[in-house]
Design a protein around this ligand. Sequence first.
Ligand SMILES: *[C@@H]1O[C@H](CO)[C@@H](O)[C@H](O)[C@H]1NC(C)=O
Ligand SMILES: *[C@@H]1O[C@H](CO)[C@@H](O)[C@H](O)[C@H]1NC(C)=O
Length: 349
Amino acid sequence: MKPPPTPSLLLWAALAPPALAGLRFPCSTLTFQRLDPAGQPGSNPSAHVHHIVGGDAFNATMEGDVGERATCTTCQMAEDFSNYWTATLYFRHPVNGSYHRVPVMPVLPLLHGSDGAQGGLTVYYTQFDLMRDNLARQPIKAFPPGFRMVVGNPAADKKVHAGLSYQCMTERSRGRITNEMPDKPCPGGIFTTHHFPACWDGKSLDSPDHQSHMYNTVVSEGFTNAPPCPPSHPVRVPQVAFETVWDTREFNKMWPEGAPNPFVWSFEVEGDQGGHGYGTHADYLFGWKGDSLQRAMDRSECFYDGCGTLAKQPMEVANRCTVPDMVGEETEGWLPYLPGQGPMIKKKK
Ligand SMILES: *[C@@H]1O[C@H](CO)[C@@H](O)[C@H](O)[C@H]1NC(C)=O
Ligand SMILES: *[C@@H]1O[C@H](CO)[C@@H](O)[C@H](O)[C@H]1NC(C)=O
């Protein structure tokens, strides 16, 4: 199936003014597994299945300097061995109740059509908003080795954070931004966005809830500049965001008209019983090599596809980066229940 185009994105790319700073790049899918080294470090399996991209140091526990330890990455930025992950979307068959994982497709069109990414998600590190930098007025500090953070909460029963949103894609556009999972079939798939907070306490690599070392000052959706950071969290870090496209198209015809939304996150029964999708959340584990992210944030040379001193790799190289299956669980095909919500179904060897 050919992914649908999104002309609105092409339009803004063409209109973008020249003084730009920020990173935007594709990362192919690394793995789908029940592991969560930021939210549930040390647990194998973790509570629910994740869609994970980035470096091959990914594991149930990740300490120390990941950028030094990893040997490859599924991201286009060759020095970025970070891991980025979200829950996984599943389809619950409205008649027989079986579950099937929803495939992921690259976010299109990045310039050059995501350059051959396989599945995956698009990562942004912005300094101000989508179009400008603020280097002169507000320095941006890159994350230190070992840093991780979580945004959103699988148990949420209302919107908890600006920047966690859905769009019901048609063949021609992304559709309007909503707080809730779409309640009707989306002919172009479901587009999800996860924006992280941009204010850091300046000390903690993590916190007990994996969130309180960070502070969010952004109150609206989309790529807007973060208002000033509070004294408790004085250090301005890059604004990290992910975009993912869930290819719901093969399931849409199995959604009877008027029936409730059959697309559920992999954590469904843990919280959010209403099927609204308020429990959408994302995880970030920093792993840029050396000072590469700081260099990118210190200059205006780096905007999206044009990026001076940062090393990029062809996506066919990125696509060869893998990690082993560390859980041994079946997450594919039709399943009688979501992984983690019954006895583990072992993957057939
Ligand atoms: C993951 O961590 C375990 C426990 O430390 C280790 O034995 C294993 O080799 C690691 N796997 C990878 C792929 O690094
Ligand atoms: C449910 O329906 C799907 C799609 O027709 C089918 O492939 C799957 O085997 C069914 N599950 C059960 C338990 O019958």
